[in-house]
Each structure stands twice: as C-alpha cells, then as structure tokens.
Write a protein that binds this ligand. Sequence first.
Ligand code: NAD
Length: 267
Amino acid sequence: MIRTIVVGAAGRMGGTVIRTIHEAEGIEVSGAVERSDHPFLNRDVGEVVGLGEIGVSLVGDIERAIEVGEVVVDFTNPGAALRSLEVSARRSVAAVIGTTGFTPQQMDKVGELVKKTRCVLSPNMSVGVNLMFKLVGEIASILGEEYDVEILEAHHRFKKDSPSGTAMRLGEIAASALSRDFHQVGVFGRKGVIGERKPQEIGMQAIRAGDIVGEHTVIFGGLGERLEVTHRAHSRDNFARGAVRAAKWVITQPNGLYDMGDVLGLK
Ligand code: NAD
C-alpha cells in the first residue's frame, strides 16, 4: 500500500483526491493536511469528504503528517505547495503537485528542491489535456507563422488565478514550437483601439462563470480557415485519477522534476 498525505484535503480537489484514493487499489490516505485555521481540524477526513470515518485526522501542519507518508499530493495555493515540497524534500518523500499559479521565482525554488526529491508538477493532471499539450505543439510547428494562435479558457467563479495554469502551459508550448518567447508575445485580454493584431501575438482570454470545471480551446486562425482544439473537463475526477496515477509512478523515480507527459509516456 502506498501511504499518501493529501494537502488541501478539505478543498475541492483535495476531497476528490481522497475519494479517488479510497476507491483505488494499492494506495491509501495516511495523512490529511489543511491550513492551520481550518474549521474542520482534528475531524476524521473521511467524514469531511463524505466517505464516513477512515481513521485519519485532519491536521493543520504538514510536519505533523509527513512521517506517515511515502508521497505527498498537494492541491492548495503556490505558497502552501512550496512548503509541502520543502518538507517533502527534507524527508526525501516524493511529491505530486497539482497547484497552479507559481511565479517564475517560485518555479526556481521548485527547481532547487527537486534536487533532494522526486516531484510531478503539472497544471493539469488529465490524460486528455496532456495529449492536447502534445498535439498543440505539433500543430503549431506544422502550421507555422501563417496561423494566428489564440487561447481561450473557462473556469468556475471560485478560481483564484488567471489565466489558468493549463492555458499558460498551452501558450508556452505553442510559443516554443514557433520559436517565440511566450513572456514577450503573450497578450492577456484586449481593449480599446489597440490596432491590428501583430502576427507574433499569442492571445489569452479567460472566462469565469458558475461551476464550469475547466475548458480550454486553442484556435489556429488562418485566412479562409481555422483549426480549433478543445478539451472540456466534465468533473474533477479526471484530475484526481491523474494525480493518483502520478503518485504511484513518481515514488519509483530518481530525484528530479517531472510532468504528466512523463507519467503518461507521451514524450
Ligand atoms: P480549493 O480552494 O477548493 O482548495 C484549496 C485548499 O487548500 C483549501 O481547502 C484551503 O483551505 C487549503 N489550504 C490553503 N492553505 C493551506 C496550507 N497552508 N496548508 C494546507 N492546506 C491549505 O481549490 P481547488 O479548486 O481544490 O484548487 C486547488 C489548486 O489546484 C488550485 O491551484 C487549482 O488551480 C489547482 N487545480 C489543479 C488541477 C490539476 O489537474 N493540476 C485541477 C484542478 C485544480
């Protein structure tokens, strides 16, 4: 049994991960962590996520759970996720980080920490989206400069970061396939008399509404035609299943930083 510590256990993704692990074979929840002022601390986490008692109490600090785990699964926020990775690295515990919204400086820190442990970090754990990552790179390099790249994403009203980590990754992949620097060519929303679209631009648009789980479309617009690649998540289950697959995979890997492309053998 792979002993797993879930951080952000009472959140939307944390709860889904706990329910998914509970149904999966060869893996179990051995620790559950929330922020130190969470109202459900000390309660049985199975009860918190609707499973009934599973004998694991929700604790307010990862240090109090790390000893009981072989792998940490984190869906929180960038600051908390960095702490999860810091504590994991200190104890050589593997990590799966689904949290999004890291700054470049925070990513540098991740790069340092994975010298001491192995970590899968992916803004989107779904199989379909990771196949989309691969296809978008291939399509961009085949279509080349003649096609405008625009990326649309839609998420629920509670999402805190924008554009989504997945949309950012899609932008980086398209930019890299076209030998562009995404930080220079990414255009985040448009307003006013801003003139014609520059050929190098990669446009990014974010919609926030209701309970949309997550939708991403990459448009390749040419003169006389356009090609669109769309992924729609219907529930959070696919992300949680991907995270469980990553947890089983990462514990046997050498130290370093991996993504879902590695886990799924898409590289
Ligand atoms: P959420 O707000 O429902 O859950 C986050 C949880 O983290 C909350 O319960 C919060 O109390 C907890 N938390 C905050 N600080 C903490 C700390 N210091 N220690 C422990 N727990 C702490 O959010 P969500 O919808 O579950 O999303 C969480 C993250 O996962 C976001 O960054 C989101 O973008 C990302 N996400 C990733 C994927 C993927 O496939 N990689 C899929 C969905 C969401």
